[in-house]
Design a protein. Structure first.
Length: 183
């Protein structure tokens, strides 16, 4: 025979257990809602798409063909375009160097660079086998962003959405590609 106080204890324990289960279910439900809302660490979150346009051209060589090293002629496209203007994605914080490197890798275009500690930036030595001095003493690669030629290295310019990055081979220190600035 069970006395009343023992039955009350059992009922109280059962009620406590049931409340604990309900509380656990409630906490689990809240946790699940938080995870679904937060995207579970970012894997389900909608990611912003950051894009810019990049192009690579060497049409200035077409006007200075006689100055071009004969071994380099095969690398100059007939219309001067190595990479037509293309919209590409980038990660916030990427530089003009990063965008060029990625675009060349994706398109299968050869690109050579070296880091210059004095300037703290990468220098583009060659693209598509066309290097500095291949078309005269004043030739090499330059870049512009939205029509402006930065006076610093390409790995120092942080790309922004909508930027238009143009890589141009110059045969005359930039004056033949729209950069009138010279020191």
């Amino acid at each position: 025979m069970c006395n009343l106080s023992q039955k009350s204890k059992e009922t109280g324990i059962e009620i406590g257990i049931e409340r604990g289960i309900q509380t656990g279910r409630l906490l689990f439900g809240l946790l699940l809602c938080c995870l679904l809302t937060a995207g579970c660490g970012g894997s389900d979150q909608v990611k912003e798409n950051h894009t810019c346009t990049i192009s690579i051209e060497c049409s200035s060589i077409l006007n200075k063909w006689d100055d071009l090293k004969s071994t380099k002629a095969e690398f100059v496209p007939s219309d001067g375009w190595i990479l037509y203007p293309s919209e590409v994605s980038f990660t916030p914080g990427d530089t003009a160097f990063d965008v060029l490197k990625n675009a060349c890798n994706q398109a299968g275009i050869q690109m050579s660079s070296r880091y210059t500690p004095l300037y703290g930036s990468y220098y583009i030595e060659g693209i598509n086998q066309l290097y500095e001095f291949d078309c005269g003493a004043n030739s090499g690669w330059m870049f512009s962003v939205n029509g402006w030629f930065p006076n610093y290295g390409c790995s120092e310019y942080t790309v922004e959405d909508g930027d238009k990055i143009e890589w141009k081979y110059t045969c005359d220190l930039g004056s033949d590609v729209g950069n009138s600035y010279q020191e």
